[in-house]
Ligand binder design. Structure first.
Ligand SMILES: NC(=O)c1ccc[n+]([C@@H]2O[C@H](COP(=O)([O-])OP(=O)(O)OC[C@H]3O[C@@H](n4cnc5c(N)ncnc54)[C@H](O)[C@@H]3O)[C@@H](O)[C@H]2O)c1
Length: 418
């Protein structure tokens, strides 16, 4: 089957590769010419496990090609961004443009699938009429469905194949045709529903995670006020068979959790909404971490701070809405001298961890990259002026660092800074 994947970013490019690996003839479409050029040379514009080697092989075998304009195909999969607009609603500009670009190529018998996260009702109220305006009948000559993506960045290749998927079709025939197509590359279960339920399910999943992270963050702050180790509390509480606290941290980043909850909020300031409150708690976490850093460096003349991690998540290079950026901006306001190091995000900062730690008074860990988890205490003692670490991801074994004479603050003992 010939498939056009529209939008070759974190979701579209791995999806295009998986389709090609499963025998489909894939044309990737992106409006960004430099992305298209890179892909056709077998170079990846983003860092994702296995993407580099897979793309190189597929390009060399002519199983995938990237272009800037759409062409005729059997199926179109839309994976373009859906960020927030100035009013905290979903900015549909990219999806509408992507639809406009494919519609002149669409023929009877084609599938159109939206994987971009969109507000409930989008498929029926916006996408379906746009297709019908071209004279097509949905379910008779065009098969339209919403198929949300729920992959974990860093493990996308595995999760695209093995995760369970939801297919929200517009008619029974749309559901049947699209699910038959997804079964050619998905090994997880496929659950079928209507498009509006599928749209809401995707957003509900992200709200669930955002609210539960906010709960862990708020309880941690409360524990610190009460001089209780919140990490021990979560660890013990999670021994309960029906309790599963997530981890507290410096905030929530990425394209999904900080964005998607707003798609279903009528009033982004509604103080009675747990969704709004959770967003506010998570949005305030970078300030909380910056205020703790301020307490540590307050007594140090001309302090030098090292920040580890710009990506919003461990072992990936995605910096969108990263709490680290907010914390960096807060440190700029404090006029303190700082160095940033991230081994996964290319060309962003200082080259080596040794260099980043040299003469530093405070190391702040903001991302749980594997390289940070294996930090050698000897390196800290050899390079830093003051061996003090603020571990906002709770990834270091604080006891063994303390035994080496290194002070480690994390969510378990921030109360020591009160
Ligand atoms: N990144 C994730 O982990 C994730 C997970 C689940 C769902 N999603 C959703 O998937 C969608 C895509 O997210 P992403 O992270 O892959 O975005 P991205 O920004 O990484 O990639 C989007 C790509 O689309 C291209 N593009 C924009 N408009 C276009 C157009 N009209 N025609 C062709 N290409 C166009 C951009 O140039 C870019 O390369 C979003 O709705 C997002 O919410 C993302």
């Amino acid at each position: 089957m010939k498939v056009c994947v529209v939008g070759l970013g974190y979701i579209g490019l791995p999806t295009a590769c998986i389709l090609a690996l499963n025998g489909h003839n894939v044309v990737g479409i992106d409006i960004n010419e430099s992305v298209v050029d890179m892909i056709n040379k077998g170079l990846v514009p983003i860092n994702e496990n296995k993407l580099d080697s897979t793309l190189k092989t597929l390009i060399s075998q002519n199983k995938i090609i990237a272009k800037t304009t759409a062409e005729s195909a059997d199926a179109y999969i839309i994976c373009v961004p859906t960020p927030l607009d100035d009013n905290f609603s979903c900015n549909m500009h990219y999806v509408s443009n992507a639809m406009e670009s494919i519609l002149p190529c669409v023929c009877p018998g084609n599938m159109i699938i939206i994987e971009s996260t969109v507000p409930p009702g989008t498929i029926k109220n916006i996408i379906k009429p746009a297709i019908e305006n071209r004279g097509f009948n949905i379910g008779e000559d065009i098969y339209l469905a919403y198929c949300p993506e729920r992959v974990l960045p860093g493990n996308i290749f595995n999760e695209i194949v093995y995760n369970d998927r939801i297919i929200g079709g517009v008619t029974d025939k749309c559901e049947k045709v699209v699910s038959t197509f997804y079964k050619t590359f998905v090994k997880g279960n496929i659950f079928i529903t209507d498009s509006k339920t599928a749209e809401m399910t995707k957003i509900a999943e992200n709200i669930y995670r955002d609210v539960n992270i906010a709960l862990a963050n708020q309880l941690s702050i409360l524990c610190n006020e009460l001089e209780i180790n919140s990490l021990k509390v979560f660890n013990l509480a999670n021994k309960h068979p029906r309790v599963n606290f997530l981890s507290p941290g410096p905030g929530v980043g990425g394209h999904c959790l900080p964005v998607d909850p707003y798609f279903v909020l009528k009033d982004k300031n509604d103080s009675s909404s747990i969704i709004v409150l959770s967003r506010k708690i998570n949005e305030n976490m970078p300030n909380y971490i910056a205020s703790l850093a301020k307490k540590i460096i307050n007594y140090i003349p001309s302090p030098k701070v090292t920040l580890w991690g710009v990506a919003y998540k461990g072992n990936i290079d995605d910096t969108r809405n990263s709490p680290s950026i907010q914390i960096i901006n807060k440190l700029k306001e404090l006029n303190c001298d700082f160095q940033v190091y991230d081994p996964v995000v290319k060309n962003c900062c200082i080259e080596t961890k040794e260099e980043s730690l040299k003469d530093s008074n405070l190391l702040i860990i903001l991302t749980d990259h594997d390289e940070f988890k294996s930090l050698d205490p000897k390196l800290v003692l050899r390079t830093m002026r003051n061996p003090i670490i603020l571990d906002s991801k709770n990834i270091l074994d604080s006891i063994s660092f303390m035994l080496n004479g290194i002070i480690v603050y994390n969510f378990g003992n921030f109360h020591l800074l009160n």
